[in-house]
Write a protein that binds this ligand. Structure first.
Ligand code: 9MR
Length: 375
């Protein structure tokens, strides 16, 4: 009898010891001295780099970027008009520097983008038939991905191939090669670097119709034996839209396809959009309009707070699904770099990122980091 009670005693002692140990040795809190450290166990934190940043023109900026970010994307230099401007001419000066920058600072290096209808090399726009298109795709993808094999960690193989209703966008690729140009592009990229992660990247990926389009696109690639590793949701968002529920639905639907989800170009505009104005003609010239550029001298406190809360809610969701998310990249290091100062209206002052034009962290930065302090 006495003997038979012993195992219970042992369990009780073990449980007591274990529970008192866990009280003493709590899981260490995340290091919240920078974004990259805080989210180290969750996902990469990236930024897009422009030419000055790649060339390390300003040592303060270089130090800032390597402190906060552990992943980089090239904002423009890898687009076909820059890297492959003529049929027989590749321009690697900047892209080599970009990859060297990532290696030097020990970062995850992303490639953006191989096949895109915009910022397209003019000679590619002139391609008239499927044979010439197949030739271009093979040369373009195999050469570039091959050059950086083992050094560029992931690629946006195809960018923005879908219309808002989820159908394939009219482009020189679709017109000449037909809908299978996507399969061809992904197969060529996988052949050139079998270990690189291959992404389809696009905007407005939370809208239900476009989401269906992406799901079909991925299934079609998978059914045709093409490797696709992830969906890049650009994340050019507003203060209230898309809703957290819509973003979550997209994360769930995409990861259910067995691929990773990356947020690849995150920024949040705080400025009015001409398309939202009733009866606004977007061709109208809004440049210089005070109504359209309401905060030229600084962001009012209440909007700063809204931006902070929006980023906090978004990152809270990202943390909830960190097992599905590979990377969160901001489209620029600070507000002055953002393309949103010039789009859809030129010369405005926007505040879409976590750091202001002097690289000072904004309230949004602290709200995002606080999520890790609370964990
Ligand atoms: O940030 C880029 C800006 O400097 C360029 O002028 C613009 C040209 O289209 O492209 C911007 O980056 C785009 C990215 O490559 C693809 N998704 C949309 C981004 C914002 O337009």
């Amino acid at each position: 009898m006495i003997n038979s009670k012993k195992p219970y005693l042992l369990v009780a002692i073990t449980m007591f010891t274990f529970s008192s140990c866990t009280k003493i040795y709590k899981t260490p809190k995340a290091d919240t001295t920078s974004l990259k450290n805080a989210f180290k166990k969750d996902f990469y934190i990236g930024t897009a780099l422009n030419e000055n940043q790649i060339e390390e023109k300003d040592p303060m900026v270089t130090a800032f970027i390597s402190k906060e970010f552990n992943s980089i994307s090239p904002e423009n230099i890898m687009k076909s008009m820059f890297i492959h401007p003529e049929k027989d001419q590749f321009y690697y000066n900047m892209t080599d520097k970009y990859v060297a920058y990532g290696k030097k600072h020990n970062m995850f290096i992303h490639g953006h983008t191989l096949i895109w209808h915009s910022q397209l090399a003019p000679w590619m726009a002139e391609i008239k038939d499927s044979i010439a298109m197949a030739d271009m795709m093979k040369n373009h993808i195999s050469t570039i991905v091959g050059r950086y094999k083992g050094r560029i960690d992931s690629w946006d193989v195809v960018n923005e191939a879908l219309n808002e209703d989820g159908t394939l966008r009219k482009s020189v690729f679709l017109d000449t090669y037909g809908k299978d140009y996507l399969i061809n592009a992904f197969k060529l990229a996988a052949k050139a670097d079998p270990k690189a992660d291959l992404y389809y990247n696009d905007y407005n990926l939370c809208s239900p119709e476009k989401r269906k389009g992406v799901v079909n696109l991925v299934k079609n690639l998978q059914q045709n034996g093409a490797k696709i590793d992830g969906i890049g949701m650009q994340g050019h968002w507003q203060l209230t839209s898309p809703s957290i529920a819509e973003i979550e639905k997209s994360i769930l639907d995409y990861s259910a396809l067995g691929v990773k989800v990356a947020f690849t170009e995150l920024d949040i505009t705080v400025l009015p959009n001409p398309w939202d104005l009733q009866g606004a003609d977007v061709n109208q010239n809004f440049e210089g309009s005070e109504k359209m550029n309401p905060y030229p001298n600084g962001l009012p406190e209440n909007i700063q707070e809204q931006l902070a809360q929006r980023y906090e809610a978004i990152f809270k969701l990202f943390l909830k699904h960190q097992d599905k998310i590979s990377r969160v990249t901001f489209w620029g290091a600070n507000d002055s770099q953002s393309w949103l100062n010039d789009w859809p209206i030129k010369g405005r002052t926007n505040y879409p990122l976590l750091f202001d034009k002097s690289f000072k962290p904004k309230q949004a930065y602290y709200n995002v980091l606080n999520l890790k302090k609370q964990e």
